[in-house]
Design a protein around this ligand. Sequence first.
Ligand code: NAD
Ligand code: TDX
Length: 341
Amino acid sequence: MNRKIIVTGGAGFIGANFIFHMLSAYPEYEIICIDALTYAGNLSTLKDVMENPKFKFYKADIADREKIYEIFENEKPDVVVNFAAESHVDRSIEDPEIFLRTNILGTAVLMDACRKYGIERYHQVSTDEVYGDLPLDRPDLFFTEETPIHTSSPYSSSKASADLLVLAYHRTYGLPVTISRCSNNYGPYHFPEKLIPLMIANALNDKPLPVYGEGLNVRDWLYVEDHCRAIDLIIHNGKVGEVYNVGGHNEMKNIDIVKLICKELGKPESLITYVTDRKGHDMRYAIDPTKIHNELGWLPETKFADGIKKTIKWYLDNREWWEEIISGEYRNYYEKMYGNR
Ligand code: NAD
Ligand code: TDX
């Protein structure tokens, strides 16, 4: 069956990986990417699919109601998968406002467009951070879909607000929604402000590796392709109105990740520098993915030991991609390639 899917935030890390996954898994589907190309969006990431006749790109802000309605009017999508967000916790601590606009208002505008033009499914890409954190001394505790929302940062609060709106649009207007709440992703095209790509880039440039606090915080890491497969399963087979947790039972302390990166790159641990902790820093995230496993048969396929090697190799093989981000050159790509189109 043919389908037209709008993917928002597709010039970012997970959205781009999802577009590659969908174009290869469903060559008959049409994929329409909407992305505002904020600092986190990099159109060069999508260069290999730009000429694909099944792919189309719109530069637009999801909170711009007029523009979004215009795109829906033109495209009449069957499915919307919303990845577009301000996604970096540290930036939300510095300046929360844009997080409220994009993550909350943007979600509402997209869902209003879905109501106006009709939709088979609206999928919201959420995060495990909406559950707050778990203590380090209770390894028996995990986030389930029933864990109360209990946020720590302006980022997670904005994502939790969006989740509540999504569920409200389902109950109030009958909008056919699903939500996925995933743990920390890693893999190709991860923006080098986040822990793993930042440490790889700094280590390769022999720069200090800034570990917050004592580096004892725990994250549950999942290879990005496994997250993309989970969303694929949810939009096709997930139950409307439901939330699905996605995670790989792969908990690691930050400091262990940084040491592993040093080892893989043959760099000295003396590069590690302990810096002031993040304000309100969540201690531990750990997802219980039983529901998505039992209902949809999802299991992670990439083990961390293999995924981190693949990821490091990707950053070594694609130096230009992240060096242009660090230099700021990537921001000229859109103008250079599409300014006259
Ligand atoms: P990212 O920051 O790499 O990419 C976000 C993309 O959204 C960028 O291309 C950016 O240009 C675009 N964008 C931002 N504001 C926009 C707006 N107003 N209109 C249109 N486009 C806009 O983020 P990511 O890491 O790929 O995360 C994608 C989604 O997954 C987010 O919703 C995030 O909350 C969620 N998530 C991320 C992780 C993770 O580990 N990275 C884990 C769980 C959930
Ligand atoms: O320089 C750093 N040093 C450091 O110690 C950075 C950037 C991070 N950290 C720590 C903070 C966290 O404990 O590493 C851990 C991971 O940090 P981030 O990569 O910023 O991710 P996190 O805050 O866990 O949030 C991520 O996962 C959930 C994504 O950025 C979110 O978008 C997603 O929802």
